[in-house]
Write a protein that binds this ligand. Structure first.
Ligand SMILES: *Cc1c(COP(=O)(O)O)cnc(C)c1O
Length: 229
């Protein structure tokens, strides 16, 4: 795992690149939320990133996340970014602030029920399989509008935006059309009761292009912590 000085310099470079991309887009860098993705990253290294000023962290596996979260400061906002199994909803709700990966109506139903039991409004993003890839979870783009229409009636689940994992293509310019398309969907949602606030797209390989195309949440793992083994 990287030394604190390496994380610090990675973070400085990320911030510079985010600032440049935001200014190309004509938005302030303060409008972009950096979620540090900490899968496989140990607690002490997460603590280093937190001490450097990061307050939003993302995990994609429930068990791994729970074993780490209890050792970290309570002011951290935790983002769940992986596929969420319905039988894990109960343990996820108390610890995560935003679930990026709402990928089925069935899952929404379980979240709604569990939210009601706990008298809680659960914040989620609708995951869109923007590349229509077999291997990926999420709603197809043509399903988004109907899904949001249905979820608008839920009382204990609040959709705050969209999330996507774009197809992995070595040249981030090739990913640009996917980001542009997701932004178009995001902007065109006009459903009473649903506010499109967050657009979570862009990872280490392509986050600048994502911001240029309208992302206001980026999820970065390896750019900050180095390659995962
Ligand atoms: C791992 C992961 C990321 C971060 O990936 P990097 O390429 O390391 O930045 C972002 N989003 C999701 C859903 C992930 O699983």
């Amino acid at each position: 795992m990287p030394a604190a000085s390496v994380i610090k310099s990675n973070l400085e470079q990320i911030r510079e690149r985010l600032t440049r991309a935001a200014s190309k887009r004509g938005v302030s860098p303060g409008e972009i939320t950096l979620v540090a993705v900490t899968k496989t990253v140990p607690v002490d290294v997460i603590g280093v990133a937190h001490a450097l000023g990061i307050n939003d962290f993302g995990e994609n596996r429930v068990q791994e996340a729970l074993t780490k979260i209890e050792f970290l400061p309570p002011d951290i906002r935790w983002h769940f970014i992986g596929h969420l199994q319905t039988n894990k909803v109960r343990i996820v709700l108390p610890v995560f602030d935003l679930i990026h990966s709402l990928d089925s109506i069935k899952l929404a139903g379980v979240i709604e029920k569990e939210g009601k039991k706990n008298n809680k409004k659960v914040n989620v993003l609708l995951q869109v399989n923007i590349g229509a890839e077999e291997s990926k979870y999420g709603f197809k783009q043509e399903e988004v509008s109907d899904a949001l229409g249905e979820l608008a009636d839920y009382r204990n689940l609040k959709v705050l935006g969209l999330m996507a994992v774009a197809p992995f293509l070595p040249d981030p310019e090739e990913v640009r059309p996917y980001f542009r398309q997701l932004y178009r969907i995001f902007k065109n949602v006009k459903i009473p009761g649903i506010e499109m606030k967050y657009l979570s797209m862009g990872m280490s390989n392509d986050f600048e292009v994502a911001v240029e195309e309208g992302a206001n949440v980026v999820r970065l793992g390896s750019a900050l912590f180095g390659e995962r083994s």
